[in-house]
Write a protein that binds this ligand. Structure first.
Ligand SMILES: [Zn+2]
Length: 361
């Protein structure tokens, strides 16, 4: 009898130990991706008196609850008035960094066409404010080494690497002793393949379990990536990128499930004061929540969002329907299915490659 009880206890202990080990090894990591965040101009002016959470609306808990959150920062935080010669220069008061802090952003991409809007002074002031706020940043820095360094973070034992790059503003490319951004010429086949080698080396060097590439690429206001971009995205995945986080078009483009990896060609605008194109609807964006276990992506949830009066919220009603259908159609063109969950106002990307969809007419 006694040996039976002891045997039972040992069995329970072994089982618990196995559960502990399994739980330790396979704990899910969650990532939230958003597109452009521009806190300058009207957002800066109108939000001086609002709470730190205001601009994030009802998306705040999604941002805060992720193990890692990543967005594209499209403005600098500076007192500098050294405007460089270009059409749009975006800056916010240094104190407005409070918004990014309140949303608990983990990493921001700064490889884009606004990081030097207020010259090197604006860039370096922003970098040091982000450092003081404990927010990581990729894609820009006081020299080429720092602009290209990316970042590596560990969550639940998983090594996650994030790199930021852009094909905008070639003159802002960082140099050995020149502050700037990580620039690549996506129009040049040699530059594309050289960058793929850099990506493969980065993944190997840092022994990454998951690798996210944040890329600010291509022209504004396009619903579809070019053929060159599609091919480049595939090459990047084949070189070792696990999740491609695209932005720059200001509109959400289709998503693709390719070789068990995720390509978000463009995540659109998340929060800004930009004029709205009534057809392209650049006020509609997405918050993409990806979770993985043991290097394998388990779930991709897409939450449509809408910007109104410099505040972002989850899209509902006709806005939700409009963006959901667009994403379904555009992703369908890549052979990727997106299921619509009307009740929770979200979409789920189906992790099956190369589906074909019957077209009406
Ligand atoms: Zn941009």
């Amino acid at each position: 009898m006694r040996s039976c009880v002891v045997g039972g206890m040992i069995a329970i202990m072994v089982l618990n130990f196995c559960n502990y080990l399994c739980a330790g090894q396979v704990k899910e990591v969650s990532l939230v991706l958003v597109g452009d965040i521009m806190l300058g101009r009207l957002v800066d002016k109108m939000s001086l008196d609002v709470s730190d959470e205001f601009i994030w609306g009802d998306t705040i808990s999604l941002l805060r609850n992720a193990d890692i959150s990543l967005g594209n920062l499209e403005n600098v935080f500076t007192k500098s008035s050294e405007k460089v010669a270009k059409v749009f220069n975006f800056k916010a008061q240094p104190s407005q960094i409070r918004f990014l802090k309140s949303a608990h952003f983990t990493v921001l991409n700064m490889a884009n066409n606004h990081s030097l809007d207020f010259s090197v002074t604006g860039l370096l002031e922003t970098v040091s404010l982000l450092d003081d706020a404990g927010i990581l940043h990729v894609g820009a820095g006081k020299n080429a080494e720092l602009a290209r360094a990316g970042t590596v973070i560990t969550r639940h034992g998983c090594r996650v690497g994030i790199l930021g790059v852009t094909d905008n503003e070639p003159c802002w490319d960082a140099g050995k002793n020149k502050p700037g951004i990580f620039y690549i010429n996506t129009a040049n086949a040699h530059a594309r393949s050289k960058f793929c080698s850099f990506v493969a080396e980065f993944k190997k060097k840092h022994k990454l379990d998951m690798f996210i590439l944040s890329i600010h690429w291509g022209p504004n206001m396009r619903l579809r990536p070019s053929k060159v971009f599609r091919r480049f995205a595939h090459q990047l995945i084949d070189a070792g990128v696990d999740i491609l986080h695209g932005h720059s078009a200001h509109v959400v483009q289709g998503m693709e499930w390719y070789h068990n990896r995720l390509i978000c060609y463009d995540t659109g605008d998340f929060v800004d004061d930009y004029a709205i194109d009534p057809e392209l609807r650049n006020d509609l964006g997405v918050l993409v929540r990806v979770s993985w276990q043991n290097k394998s992506i388990k779930c991709i949830e897409i939450i449509p969002t809408i910007i109104k009066n410099c505040q972002v919220n989850k899209a509902t009603g006709e806005d939700f329907k409009f963006l959901s259908q667009r994403l379904q159609n555009l992703s369908g063109e890549f052979g990727t299915a997106v299921a619509i969950d009307q009740i929770k106002h979200r979409l789920l990307l189906v992790r099956t490659e190369g589906l074909t969809f019957a077209r009406e007419n």
